[in-house]
Design a protein around this ligand. Structure first.
Ligand code: 6R9
Length: 651
């Protein structure tokens, strides 16, 4: 397979940082110079500046046994102390750490002093329940402050947390508990979602029945949903009866920098989920560094809001560890963007005066679909920086985000990274970089990436290839839990000493990187390679389109053919008499924008797209449909009925 990804969509807009923003920016271009001059020295400086070490490190990187890296190995620190106690000791105890907002509208502010207190109590309870260093704790909670407390309590005592997203089923929870051999589960009775209480504890009960490992000795239950639950005598305990009653005195211990911090399961392309393992010192260094510099954090005045659930890596690095290590004040929101009304997020931005907002393109496109009048009902003038993560953001969504949400002049940073990378790897630095909608732009200081052909040759110029990371980085995964072979095979076998990310990318003439989607989403049409992301971007640029997903379906004559699924904008639907006319118009539009080779064979107009709970479009299912097969496994969809509806519309 040669990797040559055609691209024809030229995005020519550029946005210079405003002088006012640049004058106050945290980041400056000297970071690149320092990292280029001495990469390891740069990271060592960051680790010393951003974190509090109980025992200073003398070794920065040990890469003597690749791909198993050790960063700051002989140093010792306590991650929870870095996120909590040291801010209180510095006199910041009264600063709000969390502005928590429940979906029904209840809210609670938690200061750094209060959060520290609660984590100490929880740490004492975990110890009483027999949890020690290296023991695994499964966390299955809604977005409530106790989720943050539970994670930090584990970190404080050297236990390893495995957060499982609250939307996962009993089967998924059971297999994750078994794989990690967790001895404690921390959950809630239930949480709020779309105006209703969704039960969690009953799912834990079911999971524990299904679990084959029999490793769980205790379950801690936070009261949130007030739904009926049964507590098993001796095994299950209310959080308020235990943590609520525990002592708030707790002496933290220092752990080695490579002490395991957490496992987070992520799905591979096939097979069972991989337990991605992250450790302490390097992870926290890069999470804190990127959070400060990519989001231009001024902790004394900013109100930061990352909308990700703590069940995903974005929630780990940019809700819990990065922001708290930096002493930030942030919003934590329990619910969905449209409950009880479609302006809920914007209401929250107005209420707390949010200055930095970090979210996903899928959310932005859903808001685009609803139109600008909804955000415009709220005062969003506090916003001064916007971030995007999770998939390529098409230029139209980028521009909409900047204009409609950001008021037209504030920076938008598109951040590329993965569960495996632990922290942001590719992004503009606000105030430094000229912004280019649609491109994630450049590796952050201290990170080295490249684009290679399938046989490992560097791809220069306009061609596309495979994104690799050429040097170890502090927050890199340290392995797949219990499966070192799979770790080597998945990421290191292809290019030897370089990390294979699984994403296609190309570099433009300025050296900026454009992500082209997963390499398994690359299509080959009549010998031409086309990126799904590029065609989607073109479709979304048409005034008819709210959202689009493109797949390569096998085709007798061309190898693969482009098949698109498009949701029309609500404002357009009433003007379009016949969906076939819209389809034809969109096919022509793509052919015009990218070239005849990219003209979709079919454009299906649909009402919804199949998405996972983290908002990623499951193209595999659309490919099944486009190729006339029985639609495959839909269990990881946020809404499993969606495929039935789409199938009906397509036929
Ligand atoms: C943080 C996160 C990782 C995959 C990654 C890539 C896609 C993430 C992106 C992006 C283009 C961006 N991805 N950010 N693609 N531009 N800014 O999402 O982690 O859930 O592990 O997903 O998501 O394909 O390989 P994770």
């Amino acid at each position: 397979m040669t990797v040559q990804i055609d691209h024809a969509l030229e995005e020519i807009r550029r946005f210079r940082p405003s002088p006012e923003f640049a004058a106050q920016a945290v980041a400056d271009k000297h970071l690149y110079e320092a990292a280029a001059a001495d990469r390891l020295g740069f990271w060592a400086d960051q680790a010393r500046e951003l974190l509090q070490w109980e025992k200073p490190f003398t070794s920065t990187l040990d890469w003597s046994n690749p791909p198993f890296a050790k960063w700051f190995d002989d140093g010792e620190l306590n991650v929870a102390v870095n996120c909590l106690d040291r801010h209180v000791a510095a006199g910041l105890g009264d600063r709000v750490a969390l502005h928590w907002e429940g979906e029904p509208g209840d809210s609670r502010d938690v200061t750094y002093a209060e959060l520290t207190d609660e984590v100490k109590r929880a740490a004492n309870v975990l110890t009483e329940l027999g949890i020690g260093e290296h023991d695994r704790v499964a966390i299955y909670l809604p977005m409530i402050p106790e989720a943050v407390v539970a994670m930090l309590a584990c970190a404080r005592i050297g236990a390893v947390h495995s957060v499982v997203f609250g939307g996962f089923s009993a089967d998924s929870l059971a297999s994750r508990i078994d794989d990690a051999e967790a001895s404690l589960v921390i959950t809630a009775d239930g949480g709020y979602r779309k105006g209703k209480v969704f039960p969690l504890k009953p799912v834990v009960d079911e999971a524990l029945q299904k679990s084959e490992g029999d490793t769980v000795r205790n379950v801690l239950v936070v009261r949130r949903g007030e739904n009926d639950v049964e507590l098993v005598d001796g095994r299950d305990h209310w959080w308020h009866d235990t943590v609520g009653q525990a002592s708030n005195e707790h002496e933290p211990k220092a752990f080695g920098a490579e002490h395991p911090l957490f496992i987070l399961y992520t799905s591979g392309t096939t097979g069972k989920p991989k337990g991605i393992l992250h450790t302490s010192g390097g992870y926290l260094t890069q999470a804190a560094f990127t959070h400060r510099n990519v989001f231009d954090l001024h902790p004394e005045r900013d109100v930061y809001w990352c909308t990700a659930d703590v069940g995903w890596i974005t929630g780990h690095s940019y809700v819990v560890y990065g922001p708290l290590a930096n002493g930030a004040t942030q919003v934590l929101y329990e619910g969905t963007p449209d409950t009880p009304h479609p302006g809920r997020w914007w209401e929250i931005v107005e209420k707390y005066g949010v200055t930095i907002l970090y979210t996903a393109p899928t959310a932005i496109r859903s808001f685009m679909k609803l139109g600008r009048q909804i955000p415009h009902e709220f005062n969003l003038r506090s916003l001064r920086l916007l971030g995007s993560v999770g998939e390529p953001i098409n230029p139209e969504a980028w521009i909409w985000y900047r204009h409609v949400i950001g008021g037209g002049s504030i920076p938008v940073v598109d951040t590329w990274w993965q569960t495996e990378t632990g922290a942001i790897m590719i992004s503009a630095l606000p105030g430094v970089t000229d912004l280019k909608p649609g491109s994630a732009q450049v590796a952050i200081p201290g990170v080295s990436v490249d684009i290679l052909s399938d046989d490992g040759e560097r791809v220069d110029g306009e061609g596309g290839g495979l994104l690799v990371i050429t040097e170890p980085w502090p927050s890199m995964l340290r392995g797949i839990w219990g499966d070192p072979e799979r770790f080597k095979e998945t990421y290191w076998e292809k290019f030897g000493d370089k990390y294979f990310a699984g994403d296609g990318a190309r570099r433009d003439e300025d050296g900026d990187i454009w992500l082209l989607g997963r390499v398994d989403d690359v299509m080959n049409v009549s010998g031409h390679r086309l990126s799904t992301a590029e065609i989607e971007s073109s479709l979304v640029a048409h005034p008819y389109t709210a959202e689009a997903a493109v797949v390569g379906a096998s085709d007798e004559t061309t190898g693969q053919a482009v098949v698109a699924f498009v949701i029309l904008k609500a404002s357009q639907v009433s003007h379009i008499d016949d969906p076939a006319i819209a389809s034809e118009e969109l096919r022509k539009h793509v052919a015009m924008q990218i070239g005849a080779i990219a003209r979709p064979r079919q454009v299906f107009i649909v009402n919804e797209l199949p998405k996972t709970r983290s908002g990623k479009i499951m193209r595999r299912l659309l490919r099944d449909l486009a190729e006339g097969r029985q639609v495959g496994d839909t269990t990881t969809l946020a809404d499993t009925s969606v495929m039935t509806a789409i199938t009906r519309q397509v036929q």
